[in-house]
Design a protein around this ligand. Sequence first.
Ligand code: HEM
Length: 498
Amino acid sequence: MEHLTFLFTLFSSIILMIFIPIICISLHSKTKKNLPPSPWKLPIIGNIHQLGANPHLSLQALSRKYGPLMHLHLGSVPTLVVSSANAAHEIMKTHDSLFASRPNLTMGNILLYGCKDIAFSPYGEYWRQLKSLVTIHLLSNAQVKSFQKLRENEIGRMISVLEESCGSCVDISALFESVTENIIYIATLGIPSDGPELKRLAKNFFDMFTYFSVGTYVPWLSWVDRLTGLVGRAQAVAKEFDEFLDGVIEEHVTKKGEQDAKTNEGKDFIDILLNVQKDGTTGFAVENDTVKAVILDVILGGKDTASKSLEWAMSELVRNTRVMEKLQHEVTEIAQGRSVIVEQDLEKMHYLKAVIKENFRLHIPAPLLIPRILTKDVKLMGYDIKEGTQVIVNAWAIGRDPTLWEEPEEFRPERFLKSPISYKGLHFELLPFGAGRRACPGIQFSTPIMELALANIVYKFDMGLPNGVKHEDMDMSGKFGLILHKRSPLLVTPSLRF
Ligand code: HEM
């Protein structure tokens, strides 16, 4: 009997030894993930080498081969690249809450107080409280309206510079930069951008975000960032900017006694944040680092986005004379002989709004938006996407998708005149400000700057090209960076229209 039991045990063990691996293999193949198509990749760096100097273009080209959902590895970071409006809708609408976090970026950690800002903080209660604070207190309609005088003054100064430069060659890209910088710095810090110190600090700060951090993509190689001095440089930039902001905050605290704490009229963002910090009505402790991180976010979000959009828009208007003339006709009719266009006029300028939309379609300032992170496994358009996957939405490719846009490479604002499509995050074919929970809260802040600047310039001036450059020879190539800008600045020769 004992002999039989031994034989039975031996036999069952052999059966189990043979079948368990087979069962495991078959179960594994059943649960095997159905990942989106992937281009080939290299060890360690994955697909990074395929991004090139203009990742939005390289990813657009790859998506033509691999489809609107692609699975890449940027170093060891699994990355989903989204290149169609339908797929973007799935990410930013249907499953928005799952895709609402941000990857942990080395630079965000060092330069933004451990990601205590809005743009890079992970999805959760801190982010929620901070975003609602900023939306209600800093970027509400009423607050944006309170900067109307500031916008009109700064744009008026730009018009004066152009008037004085009539007939000569003007770097209008630099003018746009200085006007938007002034508006942003006065609205946030209460000081204009002329100070060389602020200019240098901001430049160093922006530059740090354009350097490639090995540790962000291959975490076990993060020591390389220390070895190359990247981490040290970023820490030095962060420290310098931090000391500068401490000084600005101290000045605000000193002059605060003189202000009326009840109204935000005439106050800059630091004043408002200090009030919120003091009265504690938000039920959320606003520490000094949070105040500084939010200020840096506003500078990061607002400084170059509007100026580069203006640069692209003016370039398109200069080389598309038909569109320029039509826009000039509209603004001239509405201005009715007055010397300047004011904000109240903008509502009636439908063609101007269409020009701005068309410009955003062709020249999205942040072509890949800001990456997101998936926080829970999800099935997306039949594919299995794993928690922790980074998501890049190629809004630039969507804006030029020939299945969505007729003659997508043409600058034709008319396409928006009878279309309900807006850029407020409801239409996934046009996403300059993103969409969903993580959408940009600065739309209202930027729109009047762009509209007012453009309307006043085309109202007052005709724009020629210097040095015999022909419209068809204008350099319209872009340079990828934190913000996509023109490779060469726009040089024009303004002349008064009347
Ligand atoms: C033409 C102007 C601007 C453009 C094109 C732009 C674009 C964007 C984009 C694409 C995003 C990411 C959206 C997403 O992940 O879905 C974003 C986020 C953000 N933007 Fe803007 N932006 C502009 C102006 C501004 C301004 C003026 C401010 C502040 C005053 C600002 C503050 C922010 C902040 C704080 C976020 C992070 C939102 C979050 O993560 O929840 N932006 N912006």
